[in-house]
Design a protein around this ligand. Structure first.
Ligand SMILES: C[S@@+](CC[C@H](N)C(=O)[O-])C[C@H]1O[C@@H](n2cnc3c(N)ncnc32)[C@H](O)[C@@H]1O
Length: 373
């Protein structure tokens, strides 16, 4: 039996994959002297070693390359201020921990905490769990996923925003290894019933309801709810069957761009553009002019399937001609939606008299949609 932070049995007493059992250190071996894991790039001295940027490696990521070693890959979804992540990292230095959170505030608090604690075995990703699991994480690679106090979305009409829906359970099964687990802790009775029902509906998990391990009751939200006397629930969902469908990554290409000739128009106003694409939409929100006055920057919001990105496109004069394409800012991923945005911009400039000399992007079918608001 494996034990986790605090040595409590409940924490890790679930049946766990043979693979995980084989490669984890023996009970009680945690917190020994810590070796650098990333070829000497110390997370303690360099916060960037903690932050995982999707544009810095081939997708899906190779966990061995990202962590600088092999080891069980364990994912925490919604790490909040990173308390639990820190405890886990220090207690299980043999695990490779990937934390995922959509909140920039959470990211900055957790990075500060992890750098101060000098942990070396955590990488944090800023984005949605759906995006990270789909795009970054290889199939069958995850030993365990932790979800502590997910946002409950209590109103019935907001149910679709809940993370632990049957579809998510099915998709997660593609990323979990054999007997991989998802551990849920929540204070919310309705969410609890919902998540159990959705896991059952997926047909891919056995469900073990347990007393919440103490470490899970020391997160920021656990302490908040404990203070007002809420009850806590804990379940371990163990994968017992393979998902019927794969969850393929959305294609991502090299930076889509074009080289154009001609004079950029003088813009005095810009009307928001909305394009419908398969599985989502592209909204060109506004145009900005760099201070030195050369070229334009377009702010674009792209939603496709479960991926949401805010990207910048640029139309920038260079000695070789006008460079029109995706700007390398905020780690964009060149998905179909982004290709459609670049394709729209080239067509928009062509309609204003510019000529395209060369293009390096895929044409994606899109249609303009009526604007909302
Ligand atoms: C209620 S807080 C719980 C934080 C922490 N686990 C705790 O117990 O203190 C929920 C966290 O999940 C994050 N979150 C919500 N939806 C998410 C998603 N789709 N992917 C990743 N993180 C998400 C939020 O930003 C927030 O940090």
């Amino acid at each position: 039996m494996l034990r986790g932070p605090g040595g409590g049995e409940g924490f890790l007493s679930a049946p766990i994959s043979e693979a995980l059992e084989r490669i984890t250190a023996p009970v009680g071996s945690s917190c020994g002297p810590r070796e650098p894991l990333d070829g000497g790039a110390s997370a303690a001295s360099n916060g960037r070693a903690v932050l995982l940027r999707a544009d810095r490696f081939e997708l899906p990521m190779s966990p061995t390359a990202v962590f600088g070693r092999s080891g069980p890959l364990v994912v925490e979804i919604g790490f909040g201020d990173g308390r639990f992540t820190e405890t886990l990292a220090l207690e299980r230095p043999d695990w490779n921990l990937l934390g995922i959170d959509i909140s920039a505030g959470a990211l900055s608090r957790a990075i500060g905490r992890l750098v101060a604690a000098r942990v070396r075995n955590v990488r944090l990703f800023h984005g949605t769990a759906e995006f990270a699991l789909r795009q970054l994480v290889p199939p069958d690679s995850v030993a365990r996923i932790y979800v502590n106090f997910p946002d409950p979305w209590p109103k019935a009409r907001h149910e679709e925003h809940r993370l632990l829906r049957a579809e998510f359970f099915r998709r997660v099964a593609t990323r979990l290894g054999p007997n991989g687990e998802l551990c849920l802790t929540t204070d919310h009775d309705e969410y609890w019933t919902f998540a159990l029902g959705e896991a059952r509906a997926s047909g891919l998990y056995s469900i073990d309801e347990r007393e919440p391990p103490l470490t899970h009751l020391a997160t920021k939200y656990a302490l908040k709810w404990k203070f007002i006397g809420r009850n806590f629930r804990h379940a371990v969902f163990t994968k017992i069957a393979e998902a019927p469908e794969p969850w393929p990554r959305l294609p991502s290409d090299p930076m889509p761009h074009a080289l154009m000739d001609g004079e950029l128009p003088e813009l005095t106003s810009f009307e928001k553009q909305v394009l419908k694409i398969e599985g989502g939409s592209v909204v060109v929100l506004d145009v900005l002019r760099p201070l030195e006055g050369r070229g334009y920057v377009f702010m674009v919001h792209v939603e496709e399937h479960d991926i949401v990105q805010q990207v910048l496109l640029e139309a920038r004069p260079t000695p070789r001609g006008l460079h029109v394409g995706l700007a390398n800012f905020a780690a964009p991923i060149a998905t179909d939606g982004v290709q459609a945005a670049v394709s729209w911009l080239v067509a928009w400039l062509e309609a204003r008299g510019l000529r395209t000399r060369q293009r390096w992007y895929r044409e994606i079918a899109s249609s303009s949609a009526p604007q909302r608001g």
